[in-house]
Design a protein around this ligand. Structure first.
Ligand code: PHE
Length: 447
């Protein structure tokens, strides 16, 4: 039987959750919104919104033990085949994977370069980054190809031999590297400054947009709305305590985001750099700081980028799994055939994403002022993921017998906590998602 062991599931789902979102995105978004207060709102969003959704996805997966499309039909009140449309998040995760693999290609290229080269100042660092993005198509395709091959190689081997084993190796290594980097950061003079930046709240810096960014980040980081968690949970034996696993996964994810933040802000403050550099924080600001630390800087840089790579690969392999499971279980393909087809799809769209950022081909792949890469990012995180999440919450809240959910959860939760979860899932989560959704589409307040 191809099922996760208990620790295997927790590690694999944590591997999916912990990714570029934690180490690259969380620190720069926190920096942009001024630190402490943003972190508090983020933590509230994790506990009361994202964890609630996470439990919902795990419950559907574990109950049904099927691909996501079939899962919805199986757990629904009506058993109507129409619920099979719930399988659409597989498309979302495949699109995410297309550009995620490209970004992991950047990380890989920074990892390789850091052995011998680090930029001297911010201007050079910025030039390097932009010229890689816009001019070096061959190089980017080369690195994307390596990442795509690694992902395909791992998932080809299936749940236990591939996914569980990769996580069993990569996650502890990631933990060790982060501990090493943390110990180094802890001994820097600027460490207390990083702590106070991240934990002393200044609520005057918080506006609508910051609250919505915190919510969006909470969803993205727990891999919600994409069928990923549901798919992994479908390979989780029924007797496993999903409440305990889910809490552990959210805890691991949150601790790693906070630790990554403390490391990166200590580095930035030590060099007197700004905390609000945006997406270039990791690819532009950090390499310059590493350069100023001489040989040690190269070692730290290599360790940092490999940590980012490990975190990202364990997320990437989770993103292809919903599609593979549908191909295999619903369309009857072999795992090899499913992997080859799924792999070719995201590889091809990744190449288009790369071309869309280049000087030469960019204009042919730019539509309504956004290139394809940006469309993939925007379309998934702002449109498809929220729709996927709201579908799950409304579906479970209104189209599934409450009794089934009680049978699943009352083994692990007392009744009043269960009822609180159910209330949040049925009413609060959809409301919050609608608000995020409308805001991201620019329909309500962007002040
Ligand atoms: N949770 C991942 C991160 O934080 C993002 C992701 C979601 C990746 C789903 C793959 C699939 O980076």
């Amino acid at each position: 039987m191809n099922q996760f062991s208990k620790i295997g599931f927790t590690l694999a789902a944590a591997g999916s959750a912990v990714g570029l979102g934690n180490i690259w995105r969380f620190p720069y978004v926190t920096g942009e919104y001024g630190g402490g207060a943003f972190v508090i709102i983020y933590l509230i969003a994790i506990v009361f919104i994202a964890l609630v959704m996470f439990l919902a996805e795990v419950a559907i997966g574990q109950y049904s033990q099927k691909d996501i499309s079939t899962s919805f039909v199986k757990i629904s009140k009506s058993k109507n085949k129409v619920w099979g449309i719930g399988g659409f998040p597989a498309i979302t995760s495949l699109i995410v994977l297309s550009f995620y693999s490209v970004v992991l290609g950047w990380v890989l290229s920074f990892f390789v370069k850091s052995f011998t080269y680090l930029p001297e100042n911010a201007k050079i660092a910025k030039e390097n980054f932009t010229s890689l993005m816009s001019g070096d198509v061959g190089m980017l395709i080369f690195y994307h190809t390596i990442i795509a091959s690694i992902v395909v190689f791992i998932v080809l081997k299936g749940i236990i031999e591939g996914i569980e084993r990769a996580n069993l190796i990569l996650m502890p290594l990631l933990g060790l590297i982060l501990i090493g980097l943390f110990v180094y950061a802890f001994n820097l003079e600027s460490f207390p400054k990083a702590v106070s930046f991240m934990f002393s709240p200044d609520f005057s810096k918080i506006n609508n947009e910051a609250v919505l960014a915190a919510l969006g980040q909470a969803f993205f980081t727990l891999s919600l709305g994409m069928g990923t968690i549901m798919t992994y949970a479908a390979s989780l034996p029924k007797e496993n305590n999903i409440v305990k696993s889910s809490i552990n996964i959210a805890l691991i994810d949150t601790i790693i985001a906070i630790v990554a933040g403390l490391i990166i802000f200590s580095f930035l403050f030590e060099a007197g750099a700004k905390s609000s550099a945006g997406p270039g924080l990791v690819f532009i600001s950090l390499p310059v700081i590493f350069n100023s630390w001489g040989v040690l800087g190269h070692i730290i840089a290599v360790a940092f980028f490999i940590a980012l790579l490990f975190a990202g690969i364990t997320s990437a392999i989770s993103a292809i799994e919903p599609t593979l499971k549908i191909f295999v279980e619903k369309f009857g393909m072999t795992r090899v055939k499913a992997t080859v087809i799924g792999g070719l799809i995201f590889y091809f769209f990744g190449i288009l994403a790369i071309l869309s950022m280049s000087k030469i081909y960019g204009e042919h792949l730019t539509f309504f002022g956004k290139n394809l890469f940006d469309w993939m990012d925007f379309g998934t995180s702002s449109i498809l993921m929220p729709i996927g999440a709201i579908f799950v919450s409304i579906f479970l809240g209104f189209f599934v017998e409450k009794k089934i959910l009680e049978d699943i959860f009352l083994r692990f939760l007392n009744k009043s906590i269960f009822n609180f979860w159910y209330f949040l899932l049925k009413f609060i989560v959809p409301l919050v998602i609608v608000i995020i959704f409308l805001n991201k589409l620019g329909i309500i307040g962007d002040s």
